[in-house]
Design a binder for this molecule. Structure first.
Ligand code: PGA
Length: 257
């Protein structure tokens, strides 16, 4: 299969502009003499997008945004549009649980953001996941089914091929609490099953699925082994150049086998 694994770093609001530039230089230095089997993306905050994109030019690291407004244009104070982003980025995270929580994005709005990004040639990374309470009540499969079905009803085959779906149990984000890899496989399998039912098995197999939540170099292998994810979405560890590239190396090694 010609599917490259993918490692995405979500820098959140953790770095000053100066630190973002320093992290960019440090990552470049670490990767310069290596070629990785994984595709690599980092997602800085809006004010640092230009500098990071410029710094990462001609490297193996692509740049993405952490969110986008759902409309193309208009009186939306404090927001950033796809048109403003498109010259700097090739990827964009949408539906991250932190954005869902603070801005109230619905599954439909998230699907629409994905469509908007795709129409501008930007690949969306759509995050889905259940809360701790939903997990403990045994509702994970129901919650994920709803989230994925809204996305699948709004994207066509070609769009879906360019879309990355990241399963992030909300209770695993930034907590150091890791889910049982078998539970993660079950969710990833469910997502592929839903795609196969709506489209076909070939597409289900080709769509990129990521795992995210407290990923580090020493635990990443459990989530990408066997029927696991096609890569990972990394938060906390992604602002530490050595840690992040260690994760990239682990993912690359697995796929080089
Ligand atoms: P974490 O964040 O790796 O710090 O848990 C993951 C994410 O929010 O995407």
């Amino acid at each position: 299969m010609d599917k490259h694994p993918l490692v995405v770093g979500n820098w959140k609001m953790e770095l000053s502009h100066r630190s973002a530039v320093e992290v960019t230089s440090a990552m470049k230095k670490i990767i310069q003499d290596n070629t990785y089997a994984a595709d690599i993306v980092v997602c800085p905050s809006f004010p640092s997008l230009f500098a990071v994109a410029d710094g990462m030019k001609n490297t193996q690291i692509a740049v993405g945004a952490q969110n986008v407004h759902h409309e193309e244009k208009g009186a939306h104070t404090g927001s950033v549009s796809v048109g403003q982003l498109r010259e700097f980025i090739s990827w964009c995270i949408v539906g991250h649980s932190e954005v869902r929580a603070s801005q109230g994005d619905t599954d439909l709005e998230i699907a629409n953001k994905a469509k908007l990004l795709l129409s501008h040639g930007i690949r969306p990374i759509v995050c889905i996941g259940e809360t701790r309470e939903q997990h403990d009540r045994g509702e994970t499969i129901a919650v994920i089914s709803t989230q994925i079905d809204v996305l699948l009803s709004n994207l066509d085959r070609v769009s879906l091929l360019k879309t990355v779906i990241a399963y992030e149990p909300i209770w695993a984000i930034g907590t150091g609490t890791l889910p049982d890899p078998n539970e993660v496989y079950e969710v990833l399998l469910l997502i592929r099953k839903r795609i196969a039912e709506k489209f076909d098995i070939e597409l289900a197999d080709r769509v990129h699925l990521l795992y995210g939540g407290s990923v580090q170099a020493d635990n990443v292998s459990s989530y990408i082994a066997g029927p696991g994810a096609d890569g990972v979405l990394v938060g906390g560890a992604s602002i530490h150049p050595r840690d992040f590239i260690d994760i990239v190396s682990r993912v690359s090694e697995k796929y080089a086998l």
